[in-house]
Design a protein around this ligand. Structure first.
Ligand code: SIN
Ligand code: MN
Length: 293
């Protein structure tokens, strides 16, 4: 998939692009079917909501689930991002966020690159987020909210919130959010939330400020989030476990466009369990001469 000059201009201005219904129901079907079994596993890579059994985030499914391993190599996501950065990509993070009916909790206002810089020592913002809806997303089930143009501010001040939810996040203060929303148009477009059918895709800049509210509706809002990083921009510190921040900087090679419908063979390195090394962390920077593993 190739982005038009108009789309590139819009991405630069707003910090995101929305592609409603980019994947068909047949294409997303096998992904959706695989989720309950993945969420049922008692593994460190399933982070549950505070005080609840509902899964908030499942990490790294592309390393142990065939349909998600194929999605991680899909040209409809990889090619446009490669074109924007002008180099090959590796998978920095891979999540299936639940935002389950009645139980899905908030994601406070934050920028993803703030976390990648502070925790993982990712050198620059040359990494892109891609969201793919596995359920229909509407105004009731906790859609993502963006502040258009906020990526232009670069890395903004953030505080490490370890208490609000079950997942630590570098969050942005209410004062700064108010200023950013005003700057983006206040009540006229200062906050947007792309909604649409399962199979829709959003590309969004790693500095775009975003959040989502809790899901009080009876509808799940399962979405996959890929964080694709330019290979030369790989992280320099392994302070977080490998299932959260990946350490394999091998460039992603795409599968054919029909890879969600055909059983192309894929490697599943964590199929029989996560290696112990994935849990080993360090606050020291890695040697940057390290070869891609
Ligand atoms: C995220 O910002 O990483 C997730 C937000 C969401 O799933 O609503
Ligand atoms: Mn985020």
């Amino acid at each position: 998939m190739k982005l038009s000059p108009e789309q590139l201009e819009r991405f630069d201005r707003d910090g995101y692009l929305f592609f409603p219904g980019l994947f068909t129901p047949e294409e997303t079907g096998r992904l959706t079917q695989a989720v309950p079994e993945l969420y049922g596993r008692r593994e460190a890579y399933n982070v549950r909501e505070k005080g609840s059994e509902a899964v908030r985030t499942n990490f790294a499914a592309h390393l142990y689930s065939e349909p998600f391993a194929r999605l991680a190599r899909h040209p409809r996501m990889i090619e446009p991002v490669e074109a924007i950065f002008g180099e090959k990509l590796y998978m920095h993070q891979f999540k299936i966020n639940g935002k389950m009916a009645f139980e899905g909790d908030v994601w406070q206002w934050h920028q993803d690159y703030g976390t990648w810089l502070n925790d993982d020592m990712m050198p620059t913002e040359r990494a892109m987020n891609v969201a793919i809806f596995l359920d229909d997303v509407n105004e009731f089930n906790g859609p993502l909210m963006f502040i258009p143009g906020s990526h232009k501010k670069g890395v903004v001040n953030a505080q490490h919130d370890l208490t609000t939810t079950s997942y630590p996040l570098w969050t942005v203060s209410n004062e700064l959010i108010t200023q950013l929303v005003d700057r983006a148009g206040g009540k006229r477009g200062g906050i947007v939330s792309p909604t649409g059918p399962a199979g829709s895709m959003i590309l969004f800049h790693s500095c775009l400020v975003h959040a989502s509210t809790s899901n009080l509706s009876p509808w799940n809002r399962v979405s996959v989030y890929l964080s694709l990083c330019a290979v030369s921009n790989h992280i320099r510190r392994f302070k977080r476990p490998e299932y959260i921040a990946h350490r394999d900087f091998t460039p992603i090679d795409c599968l054919p466009d029909d890879c969600l419908l055909q059983d192309y063979p894929v490697d599943l390195p964590w199929k029989s369990g996560m290696p112990g090394s994935a849990l080993v962390t360090s606050t020291e920077p890695i040697a940057t001469t390290r070869k891609a593993a």
